[in-house]
Design a protein around this ligand. Sequence first.
Ligand code: GDP
Ligand code: GDP
Length: 453
Amino acid sequence: EETDWHALSDVDGSDEEHGAPPQPVLAVVGRPNVGKSTLVNRILGRREAVVQDTPGVTRDRVAYDALWNGRKFTVVDTGGWEPDAEGLQASVAAQAELAMATADAILLVVDATVGATATDEAAAKVLRRAKAPVLLAANKVDDERLLADTASLWSLGVGEPIPVSALHGRNSGDLLDAILDALPETPKDTGGTGGPRRVALIGKPNVGKSSLLNKLTGEERAVVDAVAGTTVDPVDSLVELDDQLWRFVDTAGLRKRVRTASGTEYYASLRTKAAIEAAEVAIVLLDASEPIAEQDLRVLTMVVEAGRACVLAMNKWDLVDEDRRHQLVRELERGLVRVPWAERVNISALTGRAVRKLAPALRTALDSWDQRISTGQLNAWLSELTAATPPPVRGGKQPKILFATQAQTRPPMFVLFTTGFLEAGYRRFIERKLRERFGFAGSPVRISVRVRE
Ligand code: GDP
Ligand code: GDP
């Protein structure tokens, strides 16, 4: 038996796990100032709560990894959601909707000293429809005397209010126990690996990664950087694109205040590798105003070798003129021979041009990455293909493809059972035809050949 891996990068194709194992996701929702951030810090076991005192200050929407009683889960802090034009109620309700779409359990936080406000009710109304369990934290119950206030919160119709003081930690152990009870062992199948899909934003230095992240998250953010150095690193950013939440992994280094001058290429490449490993799909930024460099191709190769889906973002498009555009076409033809399937968008992180096209491209790439072709469909197609164009004869023998199956997704991996060796050229032909027939735009595809004696 011969296992002959064929991928665009000619890698060995080891079937390693993709990124971190899926963790259930807890979304924390509530109107501003009820103490969500303080509570999240408490859940994460930080000694010092990092809280912005100015109401309405924009904060990052961040995903954190939490650990309690030996179980890991992800906490999505929606603290940064700002009231939009439609007002606070609408924006909190929208936040609740989003939480329902992405989380395995939802924690609604209210301020027990204030009681249920109209905004709390708007959020609760949405959450009453949730399929995922909803927990109600009655926060700011700093001492016994305030306990009586919590009973009135039953009126929100989302179950028993759990009194807690995020500030002092009172009862937070009980709340965490309740959270663990509510969270499923494994995340729901959102077509992803639980929670928002994970995106790596990568590319050589100065290509515009920070600028793009800033554009996507809104300018100048505060606070969360300040928690760097705690044991729980807030390494990821949540970004809402096209009404969908995305988890941009390992963005700490892209936040201005954390950026270091010690960006040796070796270090940068380790970071890139880590981000790719943690992600499901990579946005590879290229500087469209400059010639495509060896370093760009190295980054691309890393993505393909790791088997991640890929979107190519040609950044700084605002600097691209007619002449440059012509050059670029030729450079891309030569440079991207290995990834002709990558989704491509021409953007400007500076002006915001076409940035909204990123989300559809990411979705397409991930759909391809997740795609599974049924064995029946695959073999029907393959027998037609090989009948029309049989594998070339080798050593006087005509190899036959007996059977094919898709052994894996993420990325798609196909196994062909044959009676003889298939040349690289023929395997590439099969891949090309496979893509023509079934798509797979934005995803690497692997084909493995097993020879039956
Ligand atoms: P968020 O906007 O919902 O994220 O709320 P923050 O976490 O920023 O908290 C808003 C304010 O409430 C801050 O001044 C906190 O110190 C305060 N706060 C948070 N939790 C408690 C609590 O349990 N007790 C008291 N007394 N104050 C709290
Ligand atoms: P990073 O090192 O990849 O994070 O790159 P930065 O985001 O720091 O950007 C490097 C430089 O390129 C900065 O001076 C940005 O202002 C600039 N830049 C980023 N995106 C664009 C763009 O789309 N157009 C133009 N003209 N400049 C950009």
